[in-house]
Design a protein around this ligand. Structure first.
Ligand code: ATP
Length: 463
């Protein structure tokens, strides 16, 4: 049973230290959120799981970390300056402003009227100025990147040559992106500052691109499964031709059931796009149009690739799986949410997070906090586990309360140190999902837990 709605997660997230509304002491900042002690761990675990899965376990993907602010020309030639627009409409009745493509049944989401102005474009790249320059100096204009992808394209040749790569291979990057969203909202689903996990997979122009899109869709469905997201809550949307971005010949969106309470419950979790050779060729100095004119007179590099077996030079095509960290975190939290009634009839929240994502893997709880020997032993166990897994010591309540708190934040194991432990050098290990308890020797504890905290079952196959 996943969370019944996003609001359930908003309140759990605030209560338990995952996500707080940003700038709350000044009344907040529309749709900005701060990740608390548990939220930062969860985000890091999602990013690490992704990096491990793509960059470490496959043999055909490299990682990079490019600048957030790039030369403005990158955004000129990528087409973002001209076309990275949302189409805005205003409600003539209540003056509300909305994204034309997000209005359902032509009704104003604020007042229900259907009297709209004409749609007009609004560029959603966030602007800034570089250096100590005059306010109106146009040469100082720069953008905060709206996608991490361009930082990968402009480094294609650097990575390919430095790492002596042959096609096909991918370059992965995770980091912040910024979009001046017209209607941000729904918690961390749509914000102006967010994090992306993007990978550009470079292939030959004669590869079977449509099939490669399917391949990456399958890979990601499996990966989301390994994070504990139920396949039933994912839906594939083949983006129709008329809705494709200017660089794409095919895009499949993986949607998640973020709104189970609504008639239309789906919203995009990620997209997998065949971006053709658009980006590499548009940033290249040698590419010419039909009339033989250079399409990019500003570029100093040619981002083409020489294919040794066929002795041909070409611009590789790209398959791009682009996922959001925050949307993945929200989907993971919603899918992990469950409730269970104990034998006293009380309903408890259990966050059944996949062990690899759980912010805390083990909580060490002393049964008697006024007994120095028990406290000492519990703290020593915490210290001994810490190098291998994230462990915490907690004695701030009775054992029932402590268990409930750890269940609610998704800690897979609670370890209780009691009077008996002082004699038999053993502790009670309680399982979050079954509430079953086992007695385990302290000397075998680390191995016992590690075996049960395996990242995920099947490593992906490399093509
Ligand atoms: P949408 O249609 O929902 O605005 P998009 O199609 O513009 O999304 P992409 O450009 O494909 O999004 O970006 C790739 C991924 O980055 C998205 O699938 C999503 O997970 C994430 N993302 C994009 N915009 C935001 C945002 N404003 N807040 C949080 N995550 C975002």
């Amino acid at each position: 049973m996943p969370a019944p709605n996003i609001d359930t997660i908003v309140s759990l997230a605030k209560r338990r230290g995952f996500v707080f509304p940003s700038s709350e002491v000044y009344g907040g900042l529309g749709s900005a959120w701060d990740y608390g002690p548990l939220g930062v761990e969860l985000c890091n675990n999602v990013k690490q799981a992704w990096w491990r899965w793509l960059v470490y376990e496959r043999d055909d993907v490299e990682g990079i970390d490019s600048s957030i602010i790039l030369n403005r020309l990158v955004w000129k030639y990528s087409g973002h300056e001209a076309t990275f627009n949302d189409w805005l409409i205003d409600c003539r009745k209540c003056k509300g402003r909305f994204r034309a493509d997000k209005v359902v049944d032509n009704k104003c989401p604020s007042c229900g009227a259907s009297d709209w102005t004409e749609a007009r474009p609004f560029n959603t790249m966030l602007q800034t100025k570089l250096g100590a320059v005059a306010d109106d100096d146009p040469t100082a204009l720069a953008y905060l990147r709206p996608e991490t992808a361009q930082g990968i394209f402009i480094n294609f040749l650097n990575v390919q040559t430095a790492m002596r790569r042959k096609l096909p291979f991918g370059i992965a990057q995770v980091g912040k992106s910024f979009r001046n969203e017209v209607t941000p909202g729904n918690f961390i689903l749509r914000t102006r500052e967010f994090e992306q996990m993007e990978m550009e997979y470079f292939v030959s122009p004669t590869a079977e691109h449509a099939k490669l899109v399917d391949y990456w869709v399958e890979q990601y469905l499996e990966w989301f499964g390994s994070l504990g997201i139920d396949r039933e809550n994912l839906y594939l949307y083949e983006v129709p031709k008329e809705e494709l971005a200017h660089y794409s010949k095919r895009t499949v969106d993986i949607m998640y059931r973020y709104f189970p309470e609504r008639e239309k419950p789906w919203e995009e979790l990620m997209g997998i796009a065949w971006r053709t050779d658009f980006d590499l060729s548009i940033h290249s100095k040698n590419k010419v149009d039909e009339e033989g004119k250079r399409i990019n007179p500003d570029s100093t590099e040619d981002l083409s690739y020489f294919d040794e077996p066929t002795k041909q030079r070409f611009y590789p095509h790209v398959i791009e799986p682009a996922a959001g960290v925050n949307r993945t975190v929200l989907a993971v939290l919603m899918d992990a949410y469950s409730e269970k009634t104990n034998d006293k009839g009380e309903t408890r929240v259990i966050l059944k997070l996949s062990p690899q994502l759980a912010p805390i893997k083990a909580a060490i709880l002393p049964l008697a906090k006024n007994k120095p020997e028990i406290v000492g032993m519990a703290k020593a166990i915490k210290r001994s586990l810490q190098p291998v897994l994230r462990a915490v010591y907690d004695d701030t309540g009775g054992i029932g309360k402590l268990y409930a708190r750890q269940d609610e934040i998704g800690t897979p194991f609670c370890i209780t140190v009691d009077h008996q432990s002082l004699e038999d050098e053993a502790v009670t290990v309680r399982n979050r999902d079954t509430w079953e308890q086992e007695r385990i020797k302290v000397s075998e504890l680390a191995e016992h837990l590690q075996k049960r905290l395996k990242p995920y079952p099947v490593p992906p196959e490399t093509i």
